[in-house]
Ligand binder design. Sequence first.
Ligand SMILES: [Zn+2]
Length: 288
Amino acid sequence: MIKKLCYGVLALLLLAVVGGAGAWFVNGQRWQEEYAAYRKTGAPVLMYHAVGEEEGVEWPASLLMKPALFESHLRYLKEQGYTIVTVETLAHRLEKGESVDKYVALSFDDGYKNNHGVVLPLLKKYDAKGSFFVINKEMGDKLHMNEAEIKEMIAAGMELGSHTYSHGPLGKIDTKYLVWELDTSRYWLKKKFDGYIVRTLAYPNGSYNPTVVAAAKKYGFYRALTGHVGLNTAATYAAAPMEMYRVTVADDGNGLEGFKKRLEQAYFFGFLQTKGLDVNIIRDIFIH
Ligand SMILES: [Zn+2]
């Protein structure tokens, strides 16, 4: 009797395992196809900071990348058939419903001097463009690009964006400073750069809230970059242009393989979001 029961349980277990595997196989296959199709609908925005060989500066590892590693990213993207554009170009394509399959936008925060000395020549070499987010207050000091260098970037077809006036974490500061951080920043850049209209904002430390979003729109920004990982599709951009996704790219010690993983993360997190699962929430718990 007990033996029979055991066989019964075993049979049921076997059925469950086979059934589960079958369901996984069917769904897995379907999801794989869905994922492949989904990947073509959007583009990642990558976030970089400094790229250089600087010695004697105390760089946090997440901020400085060696030029050779950065170049390997550009080479890989080109080999994979990517078109490398500014955030503004990507946004325009999304707005117009044009294909962004195999498009990627590069963004560089803080406006470091090596963005001009190291990044610009490499972008030219690989026929790539990028968006550079400067902090008004720090422009022209030892570590940051000066006016002439930024002018050269603009002339080379790069996008100039605001990273606020003083790098204030917008979601945490007193709201009375928003006009200064956002409106004054834009106005000041326009004055300095021959009427250049800045339309893209990068939130310092990825910090923002609904009040910040409303203020940024009011002061003339069309779009803004967060630190949330995901894929920018026509749908996500239309729904929330002030909350564009982007993925941090840093030297994590894993070379090009590390980069490939981060790039894929943008697609995969985006795909999970379409399934109602925002992995950023889980990620944020561990990060903050
Ligand atoms: Zn920053």
